[in-house]
Design a protein around this ligand. Structure first.
Ligand code: ADP
Ligand code: MG
Length: 291
């Protein structure tokens, strides 16, 4: 390979907003046939807003959840805290806080004791009861494509928070362009299946893997590789870092977490999914010049 052509390729990438870690990265894109896209923050904006609170005492559910979420950097947490502040709710004092990546948070809140906010599974695994009406409401709200999280304390789930973000403006076009290059798109997310399916449908993605825990993302990449596929992974979160490193080509959103950028081979500076196709076209063209 002529190093000059590779350097020209990396220079052209930089002009487009594609930062390439080293010229040799271009080589590894040659065989890519599958592009795994993380959902939240990669094909969606990752800026969430609270749409609805479901429960008997909605103000209490929101205030307690916001108190518990104050220590979390997750987009869901930010949406919940902002909504509580906008509603003028006074947040109870929090004594203790832990967060579990891909599951939710737990905190000791004044007046309510231990509070959990996250996937229903986080709460039911901790022994909290999920009343039938809230279980039904969870399914119903999820069908809209929004993300639904549970809030509970003292032995029972007390309410649900419905949050959502928007699909990025260039995401559908980005998927279309990947297909035009002969690549198969796959949507991979920790979010529940209904929300993932709604986004996949809008983007024209047929292969969806949902409800995946952070450590499960690596296993999914390995599963695809075991099928003989060469996999590019596009992600933005701390939770995506290990999968980005495992993929044959890791692509990070420049708007995402430092851990994701460090683990990736390429960074899309402006966080536009449309640049994935540009990056793959660029490397194919650069390699064609060399051969
Ligand atoms: P993604 O793979 O879409 O980026 P995450 O792995 O960050 O999603 O989160 C997966 C799921 O875990 C969320 O949809 C939510 O149910 C739950 N979760 C994670 N962090 C939090 C939090 N701080 N508050 C509430 N729920 C959370
Ligand atoms: Mg993400």
């Amino acid at each position: 390979a002529t190093p000059t052509a590779l350097l020209v390729g990396t220079g052209r990438g930089a002009q487009l907003g594609i930062l390439i870690k080293g010229p040799e990265v271009l080589e590894s894109t040659r065989e890519v046939d599958t592009v795994v896209l993380d959902k939240t923050g990669t094909v969606t904006t990752g800026v969430m807003t609270l749409h609805e609170v479901i429960g008997e005492d909605r103000d209490l559910v929101l205030a307690v959840a916001a108190a518990a979420e104050q220590g979390s950097e997750h987009p869901i947490a930010r949406a919940v805290v902002t909504a509580a502040q906008t509603s003028g709710l006074a947040l109870p004092v929090v004594h203790d806080f832990t967060s579990t990546a891909g599951l939710g948070v737990r905190a000791a809140v004044d007046g309510t004791g231990e509070v959990l906010v996250g996937r229903p599974q986080l709460l039911t695994d901790a022994g909290l009861d999920l009343p039938a009406d809230l279980a039904a409401a969870f399914e119903e709200a999820g069908r809209s494509g929004r993300t639904v999280v549970a809030v509970g304390w003292s032995g029972r789930v007390r309410g649900l928070l419905v949050v959502g973000d928007e699909i990025k403006a260039d995401a559908a076009q980005a998927v279309h362009r990947l297909r035009a290059l002969g690549l198969t798109p796959v949507l991979l997310t920790g979010d529940h299946a209904a929300a993932a399916q709604a986004v996949a449908r809008e983007l024209g993605i047929d292969e969806v893997v949902a409800g995946v825990l952070p450590e499960g993302k690596v296993a999914e990449i390995e599963r695809l590789q075991a099928q003989g596929r060469t996999v590019a992974m596009v992600g933005d979160g701390v939770n995506d870092a290990a999968a980005l490193a495992t993929a044959d080509l890791g692509i990070a959103m420049g708007t995402g977490a430092d851990a994701a950028i460090e683990a990736a081979d390429l960074t899309l500076v402006r966080g536009e999914p449309g640049l994935v196709a540009d990056a793959i076209r660029l490397s194919r063209r650069t390699l064609a010049v060399i051969k």
